[in-house]
Structures are given as structure tokens and as C-alpha cells.
Design a protein around this ligand. Structure first.
Ligand SMILES: Nc1nc2c(ncn2[C@@H]2O[C@H](COP(=O)(O)OP(=O)(O)OP(=O)(O)O)[C@@H](O)[C@H]2O)c(=O)[nH]1
Length: 412
């Protein structure tokens, strides 16, 4: 496996070096590049041409006893975690103010695990877009720098209204840092507006305020913010709160995925399909059409190649659905039955399904180069419940099976 991210480790203690090497090598992404002194690190940085994702450094090296290694690493704009044998509050503060990510004392074996966690978090942060809504350009820049230090992808808005517009147009934004005092729409009203909209339920929100009003934090949190910080804040507290809120949200999403996603095909499971289908139908503004697919003669695949091959085929089929129908409700209805539910007219869905079946017919699945055909029942009748839509699509699917398979039967 190619590991993409190189981590420079500068540590003179052979045991510590071994532990860090072991822990980093166990990860899926990181390759440790080891140095035992300042000079070696300096040479590596000057001559190897490598790009380092981050560095883990011992503060006291035999040829650089006063933390000179930190300046070297930071001068190359490499995110830096400091590991040290002794805890010194003043030194720690000085280093954090210089811009090191974390200052960790080697007081137990968990310290080393903590270092790896910081680096892994950094890697995940690259995919996290954060919107900073703040009218003061100085504060905005300060928050941007703090976030970018942790590799977040930062966008900005200079007032609450601009923040709302940015959130509406960019669904990739995962976190909002909102100041209270902003023109047009203040931070508190912004949070209330966002939480009234189901689209923004998963947005992580952190409120900020410079005001002395102690009730503001409660107001923000009651309106739906995940956390609150009073300015001026110490940047370590800022990072901790940002990361804690983000990780709590990620955990929630993991649990939700476990409850809603079929692990084999990665499509919605049957319970979630019905729940979301009912919601789609309750919005009377547009047509809702449903296509139910069933793989023809799938039992023969299992009988001929075994269940494992059958499973891997279902996995591939799930991926085909996800690629072919982006942004559409996709569910695994049963064993080898799948549903596509879209807010389009029946004919439009039928055309899309036809094109999809054409491409699937040409594909060979698994090492056995298995070809697949599907029978499909489509329904876009005006109905009162999602169950009714399913029932009619299922009848049409049954008709497609009975009339020879590998075909679509639709009723609009
Ligand atoms: N490997 C695997 N097989 C599954 C899974 N779920 C259902 N099946 C199999 O899917 C097959 C469905 O068989 P049938 O209902 O007879 O349907 P068919 O063979 O596709 O025939 P027609 O639908 O009539 O064309 C059975 O062999 C099930 O064991 C699964 O998760 N993994």
C-alpha cells in the first residue's frame, strides 16, 4: 500500500523513536521519516525534496537543546507537534503562541497515542470546510489563521446575511463560527434561522462574542449552537472546542449511518427508504416517481460462484446506482431488490432507468465476468402514501418478471 503522507520525526531517544515509528507505521496514511538530531533534520529538509505533512519533534535535542528545532520546522510551514520530557507552563505557552499544534508531555504511553490522534485529525480537517462569519476583518483573519493552522479549509462572510447566502449556495460547509455582533443579521438570529431549516441540522455552529453579557452563551446554545466562546479567547481553547464539537457531530453521523445505511451496498436500508420516501411524497409540489429493480436469476450467481461472489456483486451494483443517480433517494429494498425514488415525472425516470440498464448490460462483474440483467417496475401514480407507491411498483416489477424479465413495466 502506498502511504501518501510523510511525517518527519525528530527524536534522540531510541525507545521514543521506536514507539513513534511503530505507531505511525500502523496507520493507513502516514510514513515516518526518522531523524535523531537537529542537523539530520536540517539536512533532510534542505536536500531530500520531500514534502512533509507534519512533524513530531523532541524539544531538547543533543545539538539543539533550547527548542531550536521548532523554529526550523515552523520556518518551513510544516505543522509541528512538540513532545517533551518536562512540563513547563511558560514554555508551553510560548510554543503554542509561535504556532505549534500541540505541546505534549511524555508522561505515559498514551502521550504517543495522543500525538498520532492530533496528526490524524489534521488529515481529516483538510476535508472540512469552515465558514467564519465576523464583521471585523482583523478578527476574521485571526480566526482564519487559527483554523488553517489545523488544516481546515476556510471561507469567510462579513455579516450574517452574507453567511446565510454562502451556506445556501455551498453545501460543503460543515462548520460555522459566528460572531454575535454583526450587521444585517446578528450571530444569534443567524443560528436561529439556520436551526429552523432542516438542511442545516448537521452544521456544527460555534458562537463568538466580545460582550460582557454572561447570558449570551446560554442564548446561543439554546438557539442551537454547539458551543460558544467569549473573546478574547486563548487559541488552545478555541482549537479544543472546535475539534470537540466537530468530533461529536462526526460521531452522530457515524451512528446515523449505521442505523440508515445498508453496509453491503451503501444504499439506504429499507427502514430509512420508507422514512425518506414518505417525506419526499409529503411535499406535494412535484411528481415523485419510483423504480424498483430486481436482479434476474440472482440465485444462479450464488449457486454457481458462491455467496461471497454474490455479495461482492451486490456491492458493485450499489456503487453503480450511486454513480448513476446522484442526489437521488436510493435504497436496498430487499436481498437483490433496489429502489430509486426521484422528484421527476415518470417518463423522465423511465428514460434514465433505460439508459442505466443499457450501460449495466455491457458490464462484467467480479472476476467471473458475470453479466447481469434487471427487471424493473416503475410507478409515478398520484398516491397518498409511500407504501402505496411501493406496492404499485412491486406489481409492475412482478409483471416484468412474468413477461420474460430484463425489461421495464411502468404505470404513470
Ligand atoms: N450473496 C447474497 N445473496 C443474497 C443476498 N440477499 C439475497 N440473496 C440471494 O438472492 C437470491 C434471490 O433468489 P430468488 O428470489 O429466487 O430470485 P432470482 O434467482 O433472482 O430469480 P428472479 O428474481 O425470479 O429472476 C437468493 O439466492 C438469495 O439467497 C445477499 O445479501 N447476498
Amino acid at each position: 500500500m502506498v502511504k501518501e503522507r510523510k511525517i518527519l520525526v525528530v527524536e534522540d531517544g531510541p525507545v521514543d523513536l521506536k514507539v513513534l515509528h511503530h505507531l505511525l507505521s500502523q496507520t493507513a496514511l502516514f510514513t515516518p521519516i526518522l531523524c535523531t538530531c537537529y542537523k539530520e533534520a536540517e539536512d533532510k529538509l534542505a536536500h531530500s525534496g520531500e514534502e512533509y505533512f507534519a512533524a513530531i519533534v523532541d524539544l531538547n535535542l543533543p545539538d539543539a537543546p533550547n527548542g531550536e528545532i521548532v523554529d526550523l520546522i515552523l520556518s518551513r510551514r510544516i505543522p509541528c507537534v512538540v513532545l517533551t520530557g518536562n512540563f513547563d507552563d511558560n514554555l508551553r505557552l510560548r510554543l503554542l503562541n509561535k504556532g505549534v499544534l500541540d505541546y505534549i508531555t511524555k508522561d505515559s504511553r498514551y502521550s504517543f497515542n495522543h500525538v498520532i490522534k492530533v496528526i490524524e485529525r489534521l488529515n481529516r480537517n483538510q476535508g472540512v470546510k469552515v465558514l467564519v462569519a465576523e464583521d471585523s476583518s482583523t478578527s476574521r483573519l485571526f480566526i482564519r489563521i487559527l483554523l488553517e493552522q489545523y488544516c481546515f479549509n476556510v471561507v469567510e462572510a462579513e455579516n450574517g446575511q452574507a453567511a446565510l447566502a454562502k451556506l445556501e449556495e455551498d453545501s460543503d460547509i460543515r462548520m460555522l463560527i459566528a460572531d454575535y455582533n454583526m450587521p444585517l443579521v446578528n450571530g444569534y438570529d443567524l443560528v436561529r434561522m439556520l436551526r429552523y431549516n432542516s438542511r442545516f441540522q448537521d452544521l456544527v455552529i460555534i458562537g463568538l462574542s466580545a460582550e460582557g453579557d454572561n447570558t449570551l452563551s446560554a442564548k446561543f446554545i439554546k438557539a442551537g449552537a454547539n458551543d460558544f466562546l467569549k473573546k478574547p479567547f486563548y487559541h488552545e481553547e478555541f482549537h479544543c472546542r472546535v475539534i470537540h464539537s466537530l468530533e461529536a457531530q462526526e460521531m452522530l453521523e457515524t451512528i446515523r449511518n449505521l442505523a440508515n445505511i445498508d453496509p453491503l451496498t451503501k444504499l439506504k436500508n429499507r427502514r430509512c427508504l420508507f422514512e425518506e420516501g414518505e417525506l419526499l411524497l409529503s411535499d406535494n409540489a412535484s411528481d415523485v416517481s419510483l423504480a424498483m429493480f430486481d436482479i434476474d436469476h440472482f440465485k444462479q450467481v450464488n449457486d454457481t460462484y458462491g455467496h461471497q461472489v454474490g455479495d461482492s456483486l451486490l456491492e458493485s451494483v450499489g456503487r453503480e446506482f450511486i454513480d448513476a443517480f446522484p442526489g437521488v433517494l436510493l435504497g436496498r429494498f430487499g436481498g437483490e431488490e433496489f429502489c430509486v425514488v426521484a422528484k421527476v415525472a415518470g417518463q423522465e425516470l423511465q428514460d434514465k432507468v433505460n439508459a442505466f440498464l443499457e450501460t449495466l448490460r455491457l458490464k462484467e462483474f467480479t472476476e467471473g465476468k458475470i453479466r447481469l440483467a434487471f427487471s424493473v417496475g416503475i410507478c409515478s401514480d398520484k398516491v397518498d402514501t409511500f407504501e402505496e407507491l411501493i406496492r404499485i411498483a412491486e406489481q409492475n416489477l412482478h409483471e416484468a418478471k412474468c413477461s420474460g424479465r430484463d425489461r421495464i413495466v411502468a404505470s404513470f
